[in-house]
Write a protein that binds this ligand. Structure first.
Ligand code: PGA
Length: 251
C-alpha cells in the first residue's frame, strides 16, 4: 500500500508561486513511486493546478468544501465543483477552520457526506488543543470529534476514509509528538471507528495520517511507525527541497 504525502499549502502561496511549486514537485518528486503525493493549493488555483497535474501521478485536494450541495452560500465552493475540476480529495475539519471560522462537528459531518456523494475522498482532521492536552481530555475530545463527524455517513463503510490526527498544539509551532504515541492514537481511533462501523472497515478502508510541524528532520520517525499511513504537511511543504527530503525519508 502506498503511503500518502499530503501538502497543505493553506493561504501561503499566490498564483505564480503555486504553479511554480507544482512544476518543481512534478520534476523532483516523480521518482517517489512508493508514495501518493497530494497537493492542496488555494481554491483559486485549483483549475490551473489540475491542468498542470494532468498526466502526472500527483493528485489534487481541495482545502475545504461547502456544507451544502449547491445554491446560496456566498464565497464557498461545493464538493461537486471541486470534483468537477479534478480534485480527488478534500480536507475537512482542519483545526484552523474549527478555531478561526467556528466550524462545527455538524458542518463537518455534512461536508463528509457531500464529499462522498460527489466522488471525493475526505481527509478528516481531528486533534486536541493544548488545553485539552493539559487537562488530559485528549481522548474525550477525539472521541467526540470522530463520533460527530462520522455518524451516519452515506457511503461508509464501503469507501475509503483518511483521518489526519493533528494535535492543534503541534500545528505551525515546531513541536511534534513522539511518533510512538501514534500507537495509542491508532488504538483509540480504531476502537471508535469499530464501534461506529466495523473493525474490518478500519483495517481495510481507513488510513491514519499524522500532521503538525512535520519537516525533513522529524518525518522519518513517523514514516517508520507501522500505524502511520501518511503525513499531512503544512509550512514545510511550500519548500520544494524540504518536501523532497520528507519524501526521501520515507524510502
Ligand atoms: P504544519 O501544518 O505542518 O505547518 O504544522 C500542518 C497542517 O496544518 O496540516
Amino acid at each position: 500500500m502506498k503511503k500518502l504525502l499530503i501538502a497543505n499549502w493553506k493561504m501561503y502561496l499566490k498564483e505564480k508561486q503555486t504553479l511554480d511549486l507544482i512544476k518543481k514537485y512534478k520534476e523532483r518528486l516523480k521518482k517517489f513511486s512508493q508514495l501518493e503525493i497530494v497537493v492542496a493549493p488555494s481554491d483559486l488555483y485549483l483549475i490551473k493546478s489540475a491542468e498542470l497535474l494532468k498526466k502526472t501521478k500527483l493528485k489534487l485536494a481541495a482545502q475545504n468544501i461547502a456544507q451544502i450541495e449547491e445554491g446560496a452560500l456566498t464565497g464557498e465552493v461545493s464538493a461537486e465543483m471541486a470534483h468537477e475540476i479534478g480534485c480527488k480529495y478534500t480536507i475537512v475539519g482542519h483545526s484552523e477552520r474549527r478555531i478561526h471560522l467556528n466550524e462545527t462537528d455538524d458542518q463537518i459531518n455534512k461536508k463528509i457526506n457531500l464529499a462522498y456523494n460527489n466522488g471525493l475522498t475526505p481527509i478528516l482532521c481531528i486533534g486536541e488543543t493544548l488545553k485539552d492536552k493539559v487537562d488530559e481530555n485528549r481522548d474525550t475530545v477525539l472521541t467526540v470529534q470522530l463520533r460527530n463527524a462520522l455518524s451516519k455517513v452515506n457511503g461508509l463503510p464501503e469507501k475509503e476514509l483518511l483521518i489526519a490526527y493533528e494535535p492543534v498544539w503541534a500545528i505551525g509551532t515546531g513541536k511534534t509528538m513522539e511518533a510512538e504515541e501514534m500507537l495509542t492514537i491508532n488504538r483509540l481511533i480504531k476502537r471508535i471507528i469499530s464501534s461506529l462501523y466495523s473493525e474490518s472497515f478500519y483495517e481495510n478502508k481507513v488510513k491514519l495520517l499524522y500532521g503538525g510541524s512535520i519537516n525533513s528532520i522529524n518525518a522519518k520517525e513517523f514514516w517508520l511507525n507501522e500505524v502511520v499511513d501518511g503525513l499531512l504537511v503544512g509550512s514545510a511543504s511550500i519548500d520544494n527541497e524540504q518536501t523532497y527530503n520528507i519524501a526521501h525519508s520515507s524510502l
